[in-house]
Design a protein around this ligand. Structure first.
Ligand SMILES: [Zn+2]
Length: 468
């Protein structure tokens, strides 16, 4: 049965891949020859790059791009298929001065939106390069899927890029995957960091140029109480990632590694000094298990008996082997980001001839994960009942999920949180306001308006408003 699933997914991706290759050919033709496209172009777009840099060749080739090629591929996406729905940011520089870049794909790039955020981080370990290509191609898939949907929604000039696919109406599965990618592009903000360790990549070495393992360089919840940032004590790559993540506060993340085939969830670290492996449960353990399974089950072999070491395709980090100072735990505790570490291949730095297959295997899992976060997170706004404005100092708490920071956006009052399946009691509170507890199913929309204490006479206060 596992074999059949495998062949099925491969077949679907072979067809989808043809569509993307054909789409690349459309990208390569001058913009003027296409039906009018109503993009909100960014001021700094350079249209010339759309026709030059994004030629079919660079995407049909399967190889590890150099740092320079990676940067120009991001430029080409930004000016080509992702024009108007992407923003490029320099988040910092490596020890050797290589620029570290992030790309946002969303319908209003660079603008805070009331949508879940999803972050993808690759190549934290220099000798684990597959994530660079997965993330780059994932960005491209989102953009092509988004444009395809825009065009088919546009009526008369529907087609162009979508046409090749629609010629074969029997292929519903690949159409569904493109549809899901389009949903992610429109329902989430996606932040892509293809490489966190460009120097390590160039040297084909795990550590950065200062010989530090970046996945041991983040604040550690057990040995650094309160996890102070202390940016000056971190490697420049770690500090850059931390600053970027703190600004984004993504709902969930994936970070890609190599050396096994498994979706690894928090905690990676474990308390105590014996350094022995053991299950280190986070308050959101059930939600993390669900998220990790979404990824593993959408991969053709990760969650099957073929995976001898991890038959379910998932593991608690510390249970496998504990580590301290990793990004995953820090993301979860400090930026409210549910980060899952994906080990994409048993061997590190697989031969380039394996890249097409790795993309075919992981793209459906990446889409499934992103779709779950984009459409099944519990979301809402916490607002002042009198003004409708965000409430200063508001915090949220989920019953049974204790001790985790959970706050809505200060600017919009919006929150998004991926919860375990089932019903949850969510309490919103803020200084000077009556706390309010509401019950909602995981994935539901839950807006909470809080009443200021001076605005309320005591006889108006119902018990449910003051229940903690
Ligand atoms: Zn690694």
């Amino acid at each position: 049965r596992g074999e059949m699933v495998f062949v099925g997914v491969r077949g679907v991706w072979a067809v989808l891949w043809c569509v993307l290759v054909l789409a690349a050919r459309v990208d390569a033709t001058p913009r003027g020859s296409l039906a009018p496209v109503t993009h909100r172009r960014l001021a700094n777009d350079e249209s010339a790059k759309a026709t030059g840099g994004d030629a079919k060749g660079s995407w049909s080739e399967w190889r590890y791009r150099s740092n320079e090629e990676l940067a120009s591929a991001m430029d080409a996406l930004h000016a080509g298929p992702c024009a108007g729905i992407s923003k490029l940011t320099t988040i910092g520089t490596s020890v050797r001065g290589v620029e570290m870049r992030a790309m946002e794909v969303s319908t209003q790039p660079g603008v805070e939106q009331t949508k879940p955020g999803i972050m993808l981080v690759g190549n934290m370990h220099g000798d684990e390069p597959v994530g660079r290509e997965l993330i780059l191609r994932f960005a491209r898939l989102l953009c092509i899927a988004h444009e395809r949907r825009q065009r088919s929604a546009g009526g008369d000039d529907a087609g162009e890029r979508g046409l090749e696919l629609e010629k074969d109406p029997s292929d519903e599965a690949s159409a569904n995957l493109l549809d899901e990618a389009a949903v992610v592009a429109s329902h989430a903000r996606v932040f892509l960091v293809p490489t966190m360790n460009p120097d390590g990549f160039s040297a084909r070495r795990r550590n950065n140029a200062a010989s530090v393992d970046l996945n041991r360089d983040f604040p550690d919840q057990f040995n650094e109480p309160g996890m102070p940032a202390r940016f000056d004590a971190r490697q420049p790559e770690t500090a850059a990632m931390m600053r970027f993540s703190e600004g984004v506060n993504a709902t969930a993340a994936l970070n890609f590694h190599e050396g096994a085939l498994v979706a690894n969830y928090p905690y990676d670290a474990i308390s105590g000094t014996n350094r022995k492996a053991g299950y280190s449960k986070s308050p959101d353990d059930a939600a993390f298990r669900r998220l990790a399974k979404v990824y593993a089950r959408a991969h053709p072999t990760m969650a099957t008996a073929a995976n001898e070491e991890f038959p379910e395709g998932i593991t608690n980090g510390a249970r496998w082997y504990p580590l301290w100072g990793g990004m995953q735990d820090w993301h979860y505790i400090k930026t409210q980001t549910m980060d899952v570490t994906v080990e994409v291949n048993e061997r590190k730095w697989p031969d380039e001839s394996r890249l097409a297959r790795l993309w075919n295997e992981h793209a459906p899992a990446m889409i499934a994960y992103a779709t779950a976060v984009a459409t099944q997170s519990t979301t809402g706004r916490v607002t002042d009942s009198a003004t409708g404005e965000p409430v200063r100092g508001a915090v949220l708490a989920v019953a049974g999920v204790d001790g985790v920071r959970f706050t809505p956006s200060r600017r919009t009052g919006y929150y998004a949180r991926f919860l375990a399946p089932g019903r949850h009691e969510v309490t919103a509170s803020a200084p000077g306001y009556y706390p309010q507890t509401r019950t909602a199913d995981a994935g539901a929309r839950l807006d909470i308006s809080l009443r200021r204490m001076e605005d309320v006479r005591m006889e108006d206060v119902r018990m449910e408003d003051v229940r903690m």
